[in-house]
Write a protein that binds this ligand. Structure first.
Ligand SMILES: Cc1cc2nc3c(=O)[nH]c(=O)nc-3n(C[C@H](O)[C@H](O)[C@H](O)COP(=O)(O)O)c2cc1C
Length: 177
């Protein structure tokens, strides 16, 4: 699949079949995450592969906005000590950008592989750390359900007014408004 097609087809998927996802496909997704940049090329972003149904149930208990019942979760976490040591005071913001970049790479790679995925975020940091066995200086940035979509996703247009593109100066549109 061409990148342009993956960009057009990617949609949030919240309805997964029970079909297991082969390990080699999960490895392609973790590779996609690794190919995303980090500020200063510093090694503070990590990915956890969660396929134990007990752990998935625990994550879902902590994360009410994770509506799906997927066979796999990919969780993107940041080592906050390493992030501050390597990138300084920008780390709080830059590390969120890094996690988003890795997450979007996963979403596009999943689309190419015929898998469904979406972003979710977690409000209860203490609880999720315990469930995943994470040290206190790790932040959970994204929880991405992965699986085969039960229904084929339709492409939709972005909402009107979203993603304005400006040219040289704020308020001057680059092409159509
Ligand atoms: C940072 C971020 C957090 C999100 N969190 C959730 C979430 O907790 N639960 C959920 O169902 N969808 C979540 N979404 C998915 C968005 O609702 C979805 O991407 C958006 O409605 C656009 O639809 P599309 O992805 O199909 O284009 C999140 C998306 C982003 C970018």
């Amino acid at each position: 699949m061409e990148l342009s097609e993956a960009l057009a087809r990617r949609r949030a998927c919240r309805d997964f079949s029970d079909e297991p996802v082969p390990r080699e496909l999960i490895e392609k997704l973790t590779y996609a995450a690794r190919r995303a940049p980090t500020a200063c090329n510093a090694p503070y972003r990590h990915v956890m592969v969660i396929d134990d149904p007990k752990v998935i149930r625990g994550v879902k208990l902590m994360s009410p906005s994770l509506l799906a019942n997927p066979p796999v979760l990919l969780v993107i976490v940041t080592d906050l000590i390493e992030a501050v040591e390597k990138t300084g005071p920008l780390a709080e913001r830059s590390s969120y950008v890094d996690s988003g970049a890795a997450g979007e790479n996963i979403l596009l790679a999943a689309t190419e592989l015929g898998l469904g995925s979406q972003f979710t975020m977690i409000p209860a940091m203490a609880g999720i750390r315990e469930i995943l066995g994470l040290p206190a200086h790790y932040r959970v940035d994204l929880i991405i359900p992965i699986g085969y979509p039960r229904n084929s996703a339709k492409t939709v247009k972005a909402r009107k007014g979203a993603n304005k593109v400006f040219h040289n100066q704020f308020g001057v549109f680059f092409g159509e408004a």
